[in-house]
Design a protein around this ligand. Structure first.
Ligand SMILES: *Cc1c(COP(=O)(O)O)cnc(C)c1O
Length: 402
């Protein structure tokens, strides 16, 4: 592998920002107190944690006591859905979508198979968008919770969460959104929204892995998932990951300060990458709506080639990207998101997700636009499916378990 690493896999995880690393380091060493302790050595850490909570609340437009720190986005998603079900035991129906992250989708499938809940999985159109009429029609008096992601991790497609939450509330249904990919990239003001619970994750936001948060609207009936000590006002037991929480606070400050400028810059780079590749490679297409999409994400399919083969050759050039979601890579199943969009399988198999960040440079984008087209051309020479021949039939394997 060449020395240069062009990291275009920021929807999988991000680099810890240098400013964030600086702020968190002392809490590994001299400032190791427990914020629950009576002494001022611990109390001082508790004060820093309160400031981190406030910084995150400022980013989300909510009150700091509406934030619960967790261990990751997955824990936040699981806690939100299980809390809604536990708080309304008479209701047995969940509404979600076919394109959720496994943190929501696998939990819903588990609840359906092992606990007898009824789950509606809403489909999406060819551009990855929901039908809001179909959504509204799915809500019943038995519906305990709607859990719909804000932005898709594979395609970047943004769902109209303000409108979705308004419809959920009109029918008296609790609303949760997995906003792991949206926080820091989309303007969020929870005071103006009908969203009841929102999940986020530190490592998608230039904070470390292993910390997340769940927003829970004040007065919303809530049942903790982890039971034990009184941390997080009794809403999430376990000694707080002080170092990571303080890091998440700084990441929130950085996101708030730079979001507008970075979105503009990153979108321009993403468009350059996307337009460059689509122009240079015949039989390539964009997956996901062109406009209603995160500024950092481009999911592009190259017909007649395998995504894994492309990734391997990109890797040899020091380019890190992703095919499908991390959970589906390693298997030859096309991603559940692209399947839900009805992407033909000769395209879906050759899909690559590029996800940029505030550290992506124009030189890196130029490098990819220059080097990827010949890779596709060479792979097509050895592809069993050739251009101009009739398309093979999709064998329709069973869906991925996530
Ligand atoms: C990464 C991701 C998660 C999971 O977050 P973790 O902190 O890795 O558990 C959940 N939802 C979406 C949309 C994600 O991209």
């Amino acid at each position: 592998m060449s020395e240069k690493v062009v990291y275009l896999d920021n929807n999988a995880t991000t680099r810890v920002a240098p400013e964030v690393l600086d702020v968190m380091l002392p809490f590994f060493s001299e400032r190791y107190g427990n914020p629950s302790s009576m002494h001022s050595f611990g109390g001082a850490v508790g004060r820093e944690m309160r400031e981190a909570r406030q910084a995150l609340a400022d980013l989300l437009g909510c009150e700091s006591d509406e934030i619960i720190f967790t261990s990751c986005g997955t824990e936040s998603d699981n806690t939100a859905i299980r809390s809604a079900l536990a708080a309304q035991p008479e209701k047995r129906h969940i509404v979600t979508t076919r394109v959720e992250h496994p943190a929501v989708l696998s939990l819903c499938k588990f609840l359906e198979r092992s606990q007898g809940y009824r789950v509606t999985y809403l489909g999406v159109d060819a551009e990855g968008r929901l039908d809001l009429k179909e959504f509204e029609d799915s809500l019943t008096s038995d519906t305990a919770i709607v859990s719909i992601m804000w932005a898709n991790n594979e395609t970047g497609v943004i769902f109209p969460i303000p409108e979705i939450a308004r419809i959920a509330h009109k029918h008296g249904v609790m609303m949760h959104t997995d906003a792991v990919q949206a926080v820091g990239k989309v303007d969020i003001n929870l005071r103006e929204l009908d969203v009841d619970m929102l999940s986020l994750s530190g490592h998608k936001l230039h904070a470390p892995k292993g910390v997340g948060a769940l927003y829970v609207r004040r007065k919303l009936p809530y049942r903790p998932y982890l039971i034990g000590g009184h941390q997080e006002h009794g809403r999430r037991a376990g000694t707080e990951a002080t170092t990571s929480i303080i890091a998440l606070g700084e990441a929130a400050r950085q996101a708030r300060a730079h979001m507008a400028d970075e979105n503009t810059r990153v979108r321009a780079l993403r468009d350059k990458l996307e337009n460059g590749l689509l122009a240079a490679v015949p039989d390539s297409r964009l997956n996901g709506h062109k406009i209603e999409r995160l500024p950092n994400t481009a999911n592009i399919s190259f017909k007649y080639v395998e995504g894994e083969a492309i990734l391997l050759l990109l890797d040899q050039l020091g380019i890190a990207a992703s095919s499908g979601s991390a959970c589906t890579s390693g298997s030859l199943e096309p991603s559940h998101v692209l399947r839900a969009m009805g992407v033909p399988f000769t395209y879906a198999h050759g899909s690559i997700r590029f996800s940029l960040s505030r550290y992506t440079t124009e030189a890196e984008i130029d490098y990819v636009v220059e080097n990827l087209p010949p890779i596709i051309e060479n792979l097509r020479k050895i592809s069993p499916y050739k251009r101009g021949e009739a398309d093979p039939v999709d064998p329709r394997k069973p869906a991925c378990s996530c």
